[in-house]
Design a binder for this molecule. Structure first.
Ligand SMILES: *Cc1c(COP(=O)(O)O)cnc(C)c1O
Length: 337
């Protein structure tokens, strides 16, 4: 795999740790469960977008950009990490946030990732649910150009073949780690949304001829749509890599049974999973992505989905900064005035 030919700026603390979650594994009584700590990538409290931004921001620099334009949901982790990356590289950053939940809560609208976007110096503006966000980004880029700026548009979630290279790189990293640790990884599970993470992993694992069973847990789209998005981007990523690799459709698996009422809307399963991990492993997950991913992982372990597999890795994609946008979601005991 010839990743080295693509421009990359180092933004993350890589490789991220791969650690066992033995208290969780004991409670579930199934396979041993590990966590790949992509919540520890280091950039503005970490997360999976950092790996994508290493390639996207390098491309922006190559194009001579001085301003980044991107979009996401209100509590977008992608927006926060992009704002931080732009700050680190001395670029301006404009973020368009789509109101996908309709929450009026000031915590949701101003705290968590929104606070951090602004702290990193990004210019933030909101758009209503269902807005054509790509058209909005194009219009903003036009305006910036007429003001003499050189904008570079990063799609939502950083999900295009350039961004997905970050997860081709993660597949390589994980394969190396498993050799170094003498660990046979049977399955890899993570939350899948705009699809770049899973697409990069699918392409990367295929290039490595890895047998790891990869499963995305959906957070928004229904299964068919999610798998199609991942498959398309995985093939485009493989083409971009120039490997001549044909992606096997059956290597693209998404379980979209844990979305609940919709994107960014809490579920009981997410709340229970998040509290279980916080109280047994001392780890923080998020309500929108990794918490729903964990809910799926736990439920599937309990249902015997993994059969006689021995080692399952949960890719922790980050997002705990969004917890501060959901202050009243968890009915927490243990506080007295
Ligand atoms: C963006 C994000 C995901 C999903 O990754 P995609 O590449 O968009 O599919 C998962 N977890 C967290 C915390 C995220 O911010």
């Amino acid at each position: 795999m010839v990743l080295a030919k693509y421009p990359r700026v180092r933004l993350g603390h890589l490789p991220t740790p791969l650690e066992p979650m033995d208290r969780l594994s004991e409670i579930l009584g199934g396979p041993r469960i590990w966590v790949k700590r992509d919540d520890c990538t280091g950039l503005s409290s970490g997360g999976n977008k950092t790996r994508k931004l290493e390639y996207l921001m390098a491309d922006a620099q190559k194009q001579g950009a001085d301003t980044i334009v991107t979009q996401g949901a209100t509590q977008s982790n992608h927006a926060r990490q992009t704002a931080a990356a732009a700050a680190k590289l001395g670029m301006a950053c404009h973020i368009l946030l789509e109101d996908r939940t309709g929450y009026n809560d000031p915590g949701y609208n101003l705290n968590g990732n929104v606070l951090l976007d602004r702290l990193h110096g990004a210019t933030v503006s909101k758009r209503g649910d269902g807005t054509d966000m790509n058209a909005e980004m194009e219009a903003l880029a036009e305006k910036l150009m007429s003001d003499g700026r050189r904008p570079y548009i990063i799609p939502g979630g950083g999900s295009n073949p350039i961004g997905a290279l970050g997860y081709v790189n993660c597949a390589r990293e994980l394969a190396e780690q498993s050799v170094d640790m003498g660990l046979r990884i049977d399955a890899l599970v993570h939350a899948t949304g705009s699809s770049g993470t899973q697409a990069g992993l699918v392409a990367g694992l295929a290039a490595l001829q890895s047998e790891i069973h990869l499963l995305g847990i959906g957070v928004r789209a229904p299964q068919e749509k999610q798998e199609q998005m991942v498959f398309d981007l995985a093939q485009r990523t493989a083409d971009y890599l120039g490997t001549g690799l044909q992606i096997d459709r059956s290597s693209v698996r998404a379980d979209c049974g844990y979305v609940g009422p919709g994107y960014g809307l809490p579920t009981e399963g997410m709340k229970n999973a998040l509290r279980l991990l916080a109280t047994t492993e001392g780890l923080l997950f998020d309500p929108v992505y990794s918490g729903k991913g964990l809910d799926g992982l736990i439920d599937l372990v309990q249902k015997g989905y993994f059969g006689d597999m021995e080692n399952i890795v949960f890719l922790h994609t980050g997002g705990s900064a969004a917890l501060f946008g959901y202050p009243d979601t968890f009915d927490l005991p243990g506080y007295t005035e």
